[in-house]
Design a protein around this ligand. Structure first.
Ligand code: PRP
Ligand code: HPA
Ligand code: MG
Length: 183
């Protein structure tokens, strides 16, 4: 689907499909170098990370396994509740595994902060983070992100997996949602 179908709902396109794919390819090269010879377990955080996971995993020229977790802290609003719920847990045992969490966005950081300590308690060898987007001005906790796509302004964004009220996830680019849509 092309971005012009949503044009009236967006204030601005922040990242085009091409910019996203170029950056994911750069991150993939770093990940390949850092994990050479290892079997990495990519943990995608549903549902927002679906597009990042699909494109990053296919860009990686290495052996990986993939698993998924569903957590939710936003519901249908535009601000984090801070309360993280597991909607679907991993199928894999993390004991001794090298885990790379794949996320679409670090906003307040509350979701990842909670997720990191949750996954670290399961005996993995390592837990690192790959996130496409981060909002530095929105941080409520400090997250050590090893592979970061882009820092973005503190505006509510949609597209490339990111939703407002479950919509806009299928937009190929990332754009700033017009405030009139949610206010
Ligand atoms: O840093 P934070 O403030 O915690 O926000 C980031 C999280 O919020 C979104 O998920 P959401 O709970 O909306 O679920 P979704 O992925 O299904 O949209 C996003 O995908 C991240 O997981
Ligand atoms: O800016 C955002 N857009 C969509 N979902 C989100 N989840 C956290 N921040 C955002
Ligand atoms: Mg969401």
């Amino acid at each position: 689907m092309d971005s012009h179908h949503f044009a009236g709902d967006l204030d601005e396109i922040l990242l085009t499909e091409e910019q996203i794919h170029t950056r994911l390819a750069e991150l993939a090269r770093q990940i390949e170098a850092d994990y050479a010879g290892e079997n990495v377990l990519l943990v995608g955080v549903l549902k927002g990370a679906v597009m990042v996971m699909a494109d990053l995993a296919r860009e990686l020229d290495m052996q990986v396994t993939m698993d998924w977790m569903a957590v939710s802290s936003y519901g249908s609003g535009t601000a984090s509740s801070g309360v993280v719920r597991i909607l679907k847990d991993l199928d894999s045992d993390l004991t001794g595994r090298k885990v790379l969490i794949v996320e679409d966005i670090i906003d307040s950081g509350l979701t990842l902060s909670w997720l990191i300590s949750n996954l670290k308690s399961r005996g993995p060898e390592s837990v690192e983070i790959c996130a496409l987007l981060r909002k530095p001005e929105a941080a409520r906790v400090d997250i050590d992100v090893k592979y970061l796509g882009f820092d973005i302004p503190n505006k509510f964004v949609v597209g490339y997996g990111l939703d407002f009220d479950e919509k806009y996830r299928n937009l190929r680019s990332v754009g700033i949602l017009a405030p009139r849509i949610y206010s």
